[in-house]
Design a protein around this ligand. Sequence first.
Ligand code: MG
Length: 446
Amino acid sequence: MSPTSARITAVDTFDVRFPTSRELDGSDAMNPDPDYSAAYVVLRTDADDGLEGHGFTFTIGRGNDVQVAAIEALRHHVLGRSVDELCADPGTLNRDLIGDSQLRWLGPEKGVMHMAIGAVVNALWDLAAKRARKPLWRFLADAEPQWLVSQIDFRYIADALTPQEALELLQLGRHGATEREALLRTNGYPGYTTSPGWLGYSDEKLTRLARQAVADGFTQIKLKVGADLADDVRRCRTAREAIGPGIRMAIDANQRWNVGEAVEWTRALAEFDPYWVEEPTSPDDVLGHAAIRKAVAPVKVATGEHVQNRIVFKQLLQAGAIDVLQIDAARVGGVNENLAILLLAAKFGVPVCPHAGGVGLCELVQHLSMFDYVALSGTTENRVIEYVDHLHDHFIDPVVLREGHYMAPTAPGFSAMMRAESLAEFTYPDGAFWAADLAQGKGAAA
Ligand SMILES: [Mg+2]
């Protein structure tokens, strides 16, 4: 691409909310009334190509007020910057945003500000991949290992992973990448489904959706647990009977338990052969996860969707606290930090099974797993991307599932772009849906 003088001319934000709590889609032990939402950001430029960078972070309902404000607090770091320079080195923007000392005080590198940074940084990666005319997974897989290493902030993780080790892992990952890319395009990447297992669903709906999942080609489903043990025993039995012994069944407590409870509860459900127990306790409790893992083996321990940064992931790995590492595309500081986390997982030999299912999370995270398969870990063994079959139709380039596998995206970018009609309808509070809803006195935020 020839050099341009193009600049970032706008950082537009949207508060997008979907009324998913009406059907209890997304309900779990900690989130009984989720309105799945996205704090959405669009980077606009004055380049002739007309391309935009789209990014977002996933929140629930009223959390979006705070999240959108956090993205807006970053605007001044981005406006007026050279598009060429930013796209050639997204790590620069990542470091600038993390390094804003007045905003860093709110973290550091955790919570609302860090998620806002992730949304903006991911929007830049979307723009960079679009300008390269490649889907993000291929943009990353084709990148020089040395350049990928330059995109990573090794501060606070170099005791577990040095830049030289990262480089060697990426160079090793190049062997056979062409063959794996061809396999990926043909077979896709394995997924599993959480759709049958929301806590608010009846046993009849659970059975029907669990059978459907197997018929659709999934080899793993997941059930929400943790509100009531007797209910969980009944629901796990119901699900196991529906899917048979050959299909994996994970359980997900969404941080509901103390360490001791997690152990007791998981043991009480062990007869139904759960494959992993997810988020058994606080995502900050590294040693608690290690204790649970020791006590519930052979049930595996998984966490990550609320793990706030690469440093906590490092500790989870160092402490032998997890069997399965669950990255989230929109929780940490964007692609750059997720590269660090994928490399840490590769170094420690722990499989990555991403969290997804919230607004657009499947669309985003598939790119990271596909990069990991093609050009880093080189395997899909014991690796699955979470899938939930809702809200995809709001995206321009929605995920495509075939026989329980995510098919590789072919459109340039990060699959992050929402339809203009969806933004118009579900922007809160002025979009058509919410305006009508609020006029009737229902309201999402009651
Ligand atoms: Mg979960």
